[in-house]
Design a binder for this molecule. Sequence first.
Ligand code: FEO
Ligand code: CA
Ligand code: CA
Ligand code: CA
Length: 648
Amino acid sequence: MDLSHDDPVEDIGRNPSANPAFGEIVALRLSRRAALRALASTAVAGVLAPQAARESAARTASSLTFTEVSAQPSTTHAVAPGYRADILIRWGDPVVAGAPPFEVHNLTAAAQERQFGYNNDFLAYLPLPAGSDNSTHGLLVVNHEYTNTSFMWPGITSESVLELMTRERTEVELAAHGLSVVEVRRTGGTWAVVADSRLSRRVPMTTPVRISGPAAGHARLQTRADPAGTRVLGTLNNCAGGKTPWGTTLHGEENFHGYFSGDAPADGEAAARERYGVGAGRYKWWGRHIDRFNLALEPNEPNRFGWIVELDPYDPASTPVKRTALGRFKHEGASTIVNKDGRVVLYSGDDERFEYIYRFVTSGVFDPANRAANRDLLDSGVLSVARFEADGSLHWRRLVHGEGPLTEANGFASQADVLIEARRAADLLGATKMDRPEDVEPNPVTGIVYAMLTNNAARKEEEVDAVNPRASNVHGHIVAMIPPGGSGKDADHAADVFTWTIPILGGDPAKPEDGAKYHPGVSADGWLSAPDNVAFDARGRLWIGTDTGRNWSKYSIADGLFACDTAGPGAWLTRRLFACPLGSELCGPEFTPDNRTLFVSVQHPGTDGLPGSSFDTPATRWPDFRDDMPPRPSVVVITREDGGEIGA
Ligand code: FEO
Ligand code: CA
Ligand code: CA
Ligand code: CA
């Protein structure tokens, strides 16, 4: 949000389970020694390589040809020479046909419901017409994760916020959440939003969303406003997402817990609320003014969030759907790949300290010839959770009611219970506690799945394991999850057992104490901290956005966008293409099919790590730089001045 400009909702860490089992600790300790030896040798290689040798190694090793941009924080953004980075759309800009122009001193819910929401995060580009690979005209689907209240209105402080956030203002905040679908077109090398498009729409917190899958209609999802438990208004805290092979978009509901407050009744949900952090109430004024966010009035409402939402952006009248078969947790996003047998496999991380990585395999197969046949594919299949062993194997353990510990005796009366409390089910299955899983995404070229573990400063020495090898992991790391069966389309994403490796440990390679691991050619501008959202280009190269939160100021590095090869002589040689403006993070990287346009989200400019920065005295007024305008989260469109392929 946030009043303190920290990032407290994403890393509260409430996993009380005792995973891994005690008997396995010895094995983990042994592998930890091996991991530390590997870290030491990598760090030494990094230190000893002279700068000139590193630069020369970089030039010859990497397939990425751009000149790196400086890591130095600045009030504005920066992109590599020869590239353009233009503002496409900002908080408050018109989206729905007939939307009024933005008036920052006169915010209304009615206007905000038709204007671009706050804190744009995930971006999906869908070509127009549907099914084409048009790279100059399409729909940009956008998540609006949360609101920075103290940057939307003047005078808001931690002390004054409850008093100043009236019902009217709270409704503006609700309207600034959700999704946007924006028709965009490239004309003469410049991208612009198509005005008054018939396809552009908002999905704010007043939009009816259907609940489907095994938990739909369950008593735990029923409320006074929705006694059937099948229809909820809106989608909350949409962080990252994904696209399906049939041209719909997926939207994670991440930190939904922070919107609920009030005294919950003694109704048997207390343990589940605690496991998800519900009741901590960051946005306390929501519960004060809007009944369903008050736990005393609608105690089941939190069970209706924490899902993956599917949207058909090509149909502006379509009803979004919460797909409960995919489980309820703090979904960062959801990435899909079609398995070699035609089933669709979806990977999703639960972004909180010591939480888990999940996989869903559909029961049915994808039909490329009949879009409608895929409509409810995500309603049936098997959800699994990852357990990483120190021997380099990864075991997918099934969250299926009646199997193993997921029985009535443990409080799971049905598959709906397993899905509503997916975290507790995963605890009982011995899942591996990770360092905050953000994007988990398959490389379409190699078939290898990469998980971004953004950071976990709370991991203690005695909690270190082979796959989370650093205590106080402030810089995060990347885990490669390798399905059996071969590369690319031969990979078997439905297999029970994968293998895993760690290609990158974040941090400064020039500081041995960081224990960083990259290609030795990484420069002083090219190292990264807190990997978050990623994209793959058509060559299978990895593009990584970072979210260091307030930590950027300790290292004097801006968040930004980095790219590297994942194979060959330039593998894991990260290079910086883009630097974010002060206090913002980089989300949602998304390419057009021709790789000549790269859309990125700049979220919460002027906020993180900047005490005293607010609507009244912002540390930056990016991107408008007008005295009467606060900083505004915006989508940036990156192209090459010569029109060529990004990074080529
Ligand atoms: Fe909203 Fe996990 O970042
Ligand atoms: Ca974020
Ligand atoms: Ca994120
Ligand atoms: Ca993040």
